[in-house]
Design a protein around this ligand. Structure first.
Ligand SMILES: *Cc1c(COP(=O)(O)O)cnc(C)c1O
Length: 376
């Protein structure tokens, strides 16, 4: 089945018990045992497994062509679970512009826990290879990256990780399985903040890790999921599933609008630089064209006039909502450095857009008036 079909049918559509066409939400925390104490129906206690979470995990595993999926209550919960499969003294390589929440998690929690971390410019060929050590166990990649939309060569990162005996995990939140398939390129696992494009409606938080194969790594993840307990509620699982069904269609519309918006911004006199891998002049364009089927729904750009102009343009938006996050049906605008705070590595004059499902001409008209009034 192709992705559009899998998104509808990949989680089991019709409830076998009742024929219901929408999946039920199972809220039970505990499940009846057999007379002999067995669990022949597959369930015993909600933290370990429940039917709604299983349906979501099956759907996400299918969408990424993975063997197994473990769902979590947030993207960072999923990221933390990957880190919890490691042991103190293990070495991790991550991009120097890794999602800032992941960087804070690594620095403020997992450094104290004994992980050794190297941040490196993984977009430059050869840099990852020289960052590897005998004790490297995890190479974390994120492509396209947030908020600069830089592109990592997934296959090359996988080869480097494997040659060092490490696993390679790809944060696929920005691209989603609709546009990029890291497991097909050899990655050991894909991580998602399902809060973003997969959930798709800015009304549920979630995360997931999907592994390419079943084995030691997926078993360890499952153990962490069961014991750390950062699991999503049945209702949250249901909302993520509901969103995932329309992911391929939403992705297509957002990509097409993003290309138009990037082209508009590129020619705008008050825009200094546009960061969108779909633009031919983007440094990662050729690589993105190879490993992605389209270029995504996030566009960043830098304005002339510096930080004040970026803040003013953001303030002037009328149709774009001023909010962080991405991947919802409504388009969002943010002055990224202000959102990330004093430790932000984002350029001070950078604005990040998440392109939703409004008509692109309306979005372009809003950006035109916001930029015009910001720099007059
Ligand atoms: C939002 C985000 C996360 C964290 O996900 P939460 O659901 O907010 O915990 C991780 N990686 C990327 C790329 C994100 O955009």
């Amino acid at each position: 089945m192709r992705l559009e079909t899998l998104a509808i049918h990949g989680g089991g559509l019709v409830d076998p018990a009742t024929g219901a066409v929408a999946p039920p939400i199972h809220t039970a925390t505990t499940f009846e045992r057999d007379a002999d104490g067995g669990t022949s129906r597959g369930y015993s206690y909600i933290r370990e497994a429940n039917p709604t979470r299983n349906a979501l995990e099956q759907l996400l595993a299918n969408l990424e062509s993975g063997a197994e999926c473990a769902a979590f209550g947030s993207g960072l919960g999923a990221g933390a679970a990957v880190l919890q499969t490691l042991s103190p003294g293990d070495h991790v390589v991550a991009p120097d512009d890794v999602y800032y929440g992941m960087r804070m998690l690594l620095d403020q929690v997992y450094t104290a826990w004994g992980l050794m971390i190297t941040y490196a410019d993984l977009y430059e060929p050869g840099v990852l290879e020289s960052a590897l050590r005998p004790e490297t166990r995890l190479v974390w990649i994120e492509t396209p990256s947030n908020p600069m939309l830089r592109v990592t060569d997934i296959r090359r990162a996988v080869d480097a990780a494997h040659s060092a005996g490490a696993v390679c995990v790809c944060d696929n939140t920005f691209a989603t399985p609709a546009l990029q398939r890291p497991l097909d390129l050899g990655a050991d696992a894909v991580m998602h903040s399902t809060t973003k494009w997969i959930g798709g409606h800015s009304d549920v938080q979630g995360g997931a890790v999907i592994t390419r194969t079943s084995g030691d790594f997926s078993e360890r993840l499952r153990t962490v999921q069961h014991l750390s307990g950062a699991v999503p509620s049945p209702f949250d699982c249901w909302l993520v599933m509901r969103g995932a069904r329309t992911l391929p269609c939403r992705a297509q519309w957002s990509c097409s609008s993003s290309a138009k918006i990037a082209a508009f911004l590129k020619d705008h006199p008050r825009v200094e630089a546009v960061h969108y891998p779909g633009l031919a002049e983007h440094p990662g364009h050729n690589l993105a064209a190879e490993q992605m089927s389209d270029f995504g729904g996030v566009v960043s750009f830098q304005v002339t006039g510096g930080e004040d102009a970026a803040a003013a343009a953001t303030a002037n938006a009328r149709l774009f909502t001023r909010a962080t996050s991405l991947g919802g049906v409504e388009s969002l605008i943010e002055h990224r450095a202000a959102v990330e705070g004093p430790d932000s590595r984002a350029p001070r004059d950078l604005i990040r857009l998440s392109i939703g499902l409004e008509h692109p001409d309306d979005l372009i008209a809003d950006l035109a008036q916001a930029l015009d009034r910001a720099t007059r």
